[in-house]
Design a protein around this ligand. Sequence first.
Ligand code: MN3
Length: 229
Amino acid sequence: MKKYSILRLFFLLFNVVAFAQFTQNPLPYSFNALEPYIDAQTMEIHYSKHHSGYIKNLNAAITGTPAAKMTVNEIFATVSNLSPAIRNNAGGHYNHELFWSVLTPEKNTKPSKELEKAIQESFTNLDSLKVKMNKAGAARFGSGWAWLYITQAGKLAVCSTPNQDNPLMDLAENKGIPILGVDVWEHAYYLKYQNKRADYLGAIWNVINWNEVSKRYSDAIQKSQKYNP
Ligand code: MN3
């Protein structure tokens, strides 16, 4: 009986190691931390239902396929050859991990000197960047994302993607490394803002974590310099 239990435990652990590919990081703040700009109920449903749903569906979609052994970046690099379920749910997982990290209840975070310089080069100033991001988010028909990303030429740019696509995907129209993403699916704002997506886009700048965006900028620039010496 005891031997049976040990075998059973081993089998269970094997299953966990072999099949639980992707997991959800804890939210770095409480559900109500971004009030009044993003309400607690939206955050709770968004994190606990939508994001966790993408992870569950992603793990189901990769099981028994070559993608089960890939990192999320490897999945994006070959996503045009993978199933729509893997594309949608890998994007859904990655995009939300990025989204939670670039939001914060901390007030007055600012772009680093390095990022500020890049913003001035590409957009003149931070306000023009916000206008451009808000336009990209408002113009996205249906569901999708607005992105601040680093192009393959190493410049900052703004784009939008449909559904759960992102600039890391091999099939993206605008390819690069995203450093700030704004979710414009209705589930991200509807409870508080209803049909007023532009109001949500205007409010979200109050809770952007510029420390994290600056860190992502610096990491991505170092990476792109490695590829383009
Ligand atoms: Mn979402």
